[in-house]
Design a protein around this ligand. Sequence first.
Ligand code: GLU
Length: 331
Amino acid sequence: MVQGTANWSTEQNKEWLQEYVNDWVSFYRKHTDDGKVADYIPLLKEADPNLLGISIIGTDGMKIRSGDVSQSFTLQSISKVLSFIVACMTRGVTYILNRVDVEPTGEAFNSIMHLEMKGPKKPFNPFVNAGAITVTSMLEGNTSDEKMAPIYNLLEKMLGYRPVLNVDIYESERDSSMRNRAIGYYLLETGFLESDLNITLETYFKQCSINITVDDLARIGVILANDGEDPDTKTEIIPRQVARIVKALMLTCGMYDASGKFATYVGVPAKSGVSGGIIAVAPPRVREEELPFMSGCGIGVFGPALDERGNSIAGIRLLKHIASQWDLSVF
Ligand code: GLU
C-alpha cells in the first residue's frame, strides 16, 4: 500500500490510513492467543490477554488510533527510559554513563548471572534491571517520593497531565519482587548503588507502576522522534544529546533479548514492558516516494499477551507489519 501518494495528511488519505490500521489491529488481535500475560507480578496476571490497541502521532500532528486505546496499564520497563532521561538531565550524561554501560546483554532483563560472570563491572545498560536500579539510585532526593517527583514532572510536561501511581500494582510488585531485591543487594555489595537500597527499590517499583495509555506513549515517542523538542510548541523538553542516546539504547537494548531481531525486522528504536506496552519512535526519513508519517512519529502499543522474551506478542507483529508497509525503518 505504499504507492507514492503525494500528501498523506489530507483528510481523505488519513481516513484511508485509519481503515488500514483498523484492519491490521483486528487481524493481529487474533495473534494474542499465541501469548501469555506476565504472572510473576501477581496482579499483572489479571490483565485481559485479548486486548490490543495502538496510537500513532506524527510530528506533523496527524493522529491515528485503533483498538483498545482507552485502556490504561503500567509502564513497567518503559519507565527505564524516563528514569534514564531524568538522571541524565539532572546529573549529566557523563556522570551516568561512567556508572552504567551502553552494551546489549543478550540475557534476560532480570538476569543476575551475567553480573556475576563479568565480575563487578558497571551494569550493562540502563534498560536491564541491574542498570535501571543503578540509574534509579542516582535520582536526586532522600525519599522515594522525592526521587519520583522529576519523573512525574517530565511526564506532565510531555503529556499535559500528571499520570498517577497504580497503588495495587506497586504493592503487588513490592511484596513479590525477590529477584529485584537480589539484584539490589548485589549492586550494594559491588558499590554501584548511590542511595539507600530500600529507597532505591521502592522508587524503582513506583516508576514501574505509573499508569499510562497508548496515546501517552505515542506522545512521548513523537517528542523523541523530534529529537526532544515538542513538535506542537517547539520547546525543548529533552536535550537533543540525551534524546539521541536514548534512541540508540532503545534500538540496541530496548526489546529485551529480542532487541537484535526487532532492530533487524522492524528497524525503529523501541522499548517494551511486561505489562504489554511498547513505545516506538520512528524518526524522520528520506525516501524517493512520499510515505505516511515521513517527518517522523511516535507509536504506543498495548497488548498484554507476551511472547517468551516478555514482549507483547501481537504488538510486535503489528509493529512489524506497519513498519514494513510504511517503510518506517531507520536503515
Ligand atoms: N517491574 C518489572 C520488573 O522489574 C519490570 C520488568 C519489565 O517490564 O521488563 O520486574
